[in-house]
Design a protein around this ligand. Sequence first.
Ligand SMILES: *Cc1c(COP(=O)(O)O)cnc(C)c1O
Length: 424
Amino acid sequence: MKYQSNIDFAKKLDSTDPLKSYRDLFYIPKINARECRYFCGNSLGLQPKSVSDYIKQDLEDWKNYGVEGHFKAQTPWFSYHEFVTEKTAKLVGALPHEVVVMNTLSVNLHLMMTTFYRPTKKRFKIIIEGGAFPSDIYAVQSQAKLHGFKIKEAIVELWPRKGEEILRTEDIEKEIKKHGKELALVMLGGVNYYTGQAFDMQSITKAAHKVGAYAGFDLAHATGNLHMHLNDWSVDFAVWCGYKYLNSGPGGVSGVYINEKHATNTKLPRMAGWWGNDPTTRFKMESKFVAKPTAEGWQLSNAQILPLAAYRASLEIIDKAGITHMRKKSILLTGYLEFLLNQLILEKGLDLFKIITPKIPDDRGCQLSLQFKKDGKKLFDFLTKKNILADWREPDVIRVAPVPLYNSFEDVFVLYETIKSYYK
Ligand SMILES: *Cc1c(COP(=O)(O)O)cnc(C)c1O
């Protein structure tokens, strides 16, 4: 598409956008009583208007049935989590029995590593991207320490080449090969939260398997953003949160994917809880754990109904829109933002900032990260004053994420104009 930097063009794109009606399904936050332009869906997705009805229903059922709500609630609590499985699986390209929605992200990351990081004296290393999200770094470090390894010997961080911002797939593959028989696990983000780089999960998984290691991904910034095929790619496990691109509310439930060859293996060691037990014998309350032969075999507790209610509301919307359509619009929308920002760089001088997110649409999701030489924070504060919510990351980056479900081409254009006005 040949883009143009004028508001009429932006409005024209909006008028032909097949997803344009979805914006009305969300509450747009206000700054100074005026609707803002929201670019933080990568941090906290907006609230679907339908969420309160879903939660209200479960509050009513609780009020009216008490404990009997486990079976009598409109969506019975006993199997509540099962009602989100199929649509969640579809979203990430998994089979239903490979997916479970439970707990929160960092918890699930530890649960997965308990199963998939079983180091030996010879094979004990974990590869992670340098500058990964702190929770992920803490998780892999503490796992290594739990098994008696020093962080320095067990954790291998990947950094871009000198003068480059993003990791090259060939370099990741080379590093995997280099650690070979010593490598236990490759644990990367699907999309790096800082740079916005999307990793080639299929090639990375292949390279990990070639040396006998597992490949797991933190998809916090990928789920609901990229169109993924976890099962086809033979990814071993993945985890993600429900409150970024999945709009399920602060602290919302997390998703887990476990490849079927592992999910059906009830002998795999794990942290066990009663909800992971085969439901047909769960209430016999016996002392021997019998794992459910699916991803649900990793559940610990009975499901968090109220957070799941919010998740269900949002998942319905996402499923209806369809990740294929979301991604299609996303490529166009982020492409437009990139075009406008590059225009600005040309008009105002190359030195203001640079976009560190990859230029190729396949190598990124919707987010663009702008790195500033100076005064990035000042511009960020200016944007907030002008009713634009973006995200500031120390030391020098503004992240903006136009989300296909509720952001418009006009939003993107207004962002461009506002940045432009700052540099006048
Ligand atoms: C958002 C995010 C988290 C947050 O973890 P919680 O357990 O949900 O608080 C962790 N890792 C990554 C990569 C994230 O993007």
